[in-house]
Ligand binder design. Sequence first.
Ligand code: KIV
Length: 281
Amino acid sequence: MRTTLADIQQMKASGERIAMLTAYDFPSAKIAERAGAPVLLVGDSLGMVVLGHDTTLPVSLDDMVRHASAVMRGSRKALIVCDLPFLTYASEADAVAAARRVMQETGVQAVKLEGGAPIIPIVKRLTDLGVPVMGHLGFTPQSQNQLGVKVQARQAAAARQLINDALALEAAGAFAVVLELVPAPLAEAVTARLRIPAIGIGAGAGCDGQVQVWHDLLGLYDAKPHRHAKRYAEIGDAIETALRSYVDEVRSGAFPTKSNSSTMEAAELAAALEVDPLPLI
Ligand code: KIV
């Protein structure tokens, strides 16, 4: 049985912090779930950390469907949320079609949409139709050409707008909201005003939970980690060391050994080669 929306609502009510992280494929979903994450996000950050684009903008619905399907196959218990990519929810009809695709073709339980006031009618339409929606405010990477990659809502007017957007998302039926690159005191104030969980990334410790990108946590992306990310391991270095050993051993002939190989009856080989049998080593 997977984590439900009611479960994470209950986590907020009881003060149990929600540890969410991204997953993009079968192994990452399996490992994240084994580590105890109750919510996994198939983020469109996969455009950058998996597909090598500079931004999330080139990510397509096909990309999301392929990766979300793999995450579903790799997990049994987590609530799986899938980002709708750039401009796939520009109208209510587009949003319904995009949500239909990801939910029907992958089985994910919820979608995430970026933005505030302009997308409230779209969020309302989706939730009226039974689509669980997670909002995303503050720095919204799909609008990075307008916003710049920086902390948002430092000034009173923008901060007030962000509070209103969060409340409007809740009123439109969103079940949770991500707050990205928002000043910590503002994120804490928003979290306190919301009945639904607020999940922070670069938004301080006052949120109901945190979300981080798999590759940032594990040292798999970028020489320069984001300030808001904490590296819990240097897996990229560990992988490189392992692969270097493999390359060296192939070059030196140390790999493969007999134990990595199989053999066959000498007579069978001789018959195949039409020569006299030689003892196989
Ligand atoms: O795409 C993503 O990974 C996200 C998180 C950063 C919240 O939206």
